[in-house]
Design a protein around this ligand. Structure first.
Ligand code: UGA
Length: 419
């Protein structure tokens, strides 16, 4: 927002995080983010604070706190959304707008809007869901593929729409599609988009299981069905499945909300999407067990990649870290590496062995598993590596490399549903 020319104050209750941001240090790895953070601080348009009173002068308040899964339940934890809203209410000026970005169960915006109206009758609320992808956060924020504004019904929504159009003026002028809806539709756009993407990934992983049983090749299958523009090739990469802070918890919270609304049957298929996804992690363990001769006890397994996806240090619900834990629980010695996610992994799993690079991890291993398709792992030269492991076995948990290249170099290659 600051890089677009707006004057911005970022508020959080986490003092350490605010101090780091104010010093130009991002709290996570995201390509391009550090540069834009530092440039925005230097421009004088961006500052950080832990004091909600600093929000009082703002015309637009973006509410962008997390909605994680509640432990022991499928539902989303709304405590941060509620507390951030409550802390903001006393500082709302007449004519200001609260724009919700958090991913919330349908019905939340209407509830928060009622709170805003009581606190400041001349303020408004809009729901403006966020579709950015980790790893592409800067580009997706500056040039999103669409805007969705959920606004109050009737004339009231006109002001909110005009204010958001002003915030996003450059992208709107450049022709970015902008849809104005009611609150419920805007909330549902977000979760249904993520549910669709999760379903697409589990669909191709189900095809990958069928391919494994039949000797077919799921990558060729994805290429072929992907040429049908009604289907599309993107998000048809079979492998160890989806993780992260969004897709897994969003499909669960969506089911929990549908149950509350009495329409749980409509989303019953998402339980299968979730189960198919989680099954891929056990499948990698099974393929690894077979590859090392049937017993993981004492086997030395190299894991390439810990983040839930490349270009991120995020290990929330990471399939890679989960596979590492499962292998260790089965008696293997796990030696893991990742370009950015080692520190975050170590915090969650101090018992695993971490090394700085792929060559060190591979050295002496009985099998190598590629679990996050960082470009540096895709580009590994199998000829160059062949002397390092105890046994040259690659389990490609992301179908990320060319099987023939590795086999020609003397490796035993095992993909996920690749003939
Ligand atoms: C996802 C959505 O893509 C964003 O549009 C959304 O804004 C975001 O959640 C959110 O709700 O905040 P993100 O979690 O960054 O973004 O990651 P994705 O790119 O969707 O990937 C999710 C997982 O699916 C990763 O673990 C990735 O490895 C896996 N994946 C993706 C596959 O296994 N196969 C594919 O073909 C694509």
């Amino acid at each position: 927002m600051a890089s677009l020319g707006h004057e911005v104050v970022g508020i959080d209750v986490d003092e350490h995080r605010i101090a780091e941001l104010a010093a130009g240090r991002p709290p996570f790895f995201e390509p391009g983010f550090e540069e834009i953070l530092q440039a925005s601080l230097a421009s004088g348009l961006l500052r950080f604070s832990t004091d909600f009173a600093d929000a009082a002068d703002a015309r637009v308040h973006f509410l962008a706190v997390g909605t994680p899964q509640i432990a022991g339940s499928n539902a989303a934890d709304l405590r941060y959304v509620n507390s951030a809203t409550e802390a903001l209410l006393p500082h709302l000026a007449p004519g200001s707008l609260v724009a919700g970005k958090s991913t919330v169960p349908v019905g939340t915006a209407a509830r928060l809007d009622a709170m805003v109206t009581v606190a400041q009758p001349e303020a408004q609320l809009a729901w403006n869901p966020e579709f950015l992808r980790e790893g592409f956060a800067v580009a997706d924020t500056l040039t999103p593929d669409r805007f969705v504004y959920g606004v109050r019904s009737g004339d009231d929504g006109i002001t909110a729409t005009a204010m958001l159009d002003e915030v996003y003026a450059g992208a709107i002028e450049a022709g970015t599609p902008r849809l104005v809806t009611d609150f419920a539709t805007a909330e549902l756009v977000k979760v249904s988009a993520n549910a669709f993407l999760a379903t697409k990934i589990s669909f191709i992983n189900a095809m990958s299981e069928i391919a494994e049983a039949t000797g077919a090749d799921v990558t060729a299958l994805a290429d072929a069905i992907g040429h049908d523009t009604r289907i599309g090739r993107r998000f048809l990469n079979a492998g160890v499945g989806f993780g992260g802070g969004c897709l897994p918890k969003d499909i669960r919270a969506f089911q929990a909300r549908a149950d509350e609304l009495g329409v749980g049957e409509s989303l019953a298929f998402l339980a299968d999407v979730d189960a198919t996804n989680l099954r891929q992690r056990e499948r990698v363990v099974r393929l690894t067990t077979t590859a090392v001769g049937g017993d993981l006890t004492g086997a030395r397994i190299a894991i390439l990649g810990l983040a839930f996806k490349p270009d991120s240090d995020d290990v929330r619900d990471s399939p890679a870290l989960d596979v590492a834990r499962r292998l260790r629980a089965a008696g293997a010695t796990v030696v893991a590496t990742d370009p950015e996610a080692i520190e975050n992994s170590r915090r969650l799993n101090p018992d695993l062995e971490y090394v700085a690079d792929a060559r060190t991890a591979i050295t002496g291993s009985d099998a190598v598993i590629l679990l996050t398709e960082w470009s540096e792992y895709r580009q590994l030269d199998p000829v160059d590596l062949v002397g390092l492991p105890a046994a040259a076995v690659l389990i490609d948990g992301r179908n990320a490399v060319e099987p023939a290249t590795w086999r020609d170099a003397g490796w035993s290659y095992v993909g996920m549903g690749r003939s």
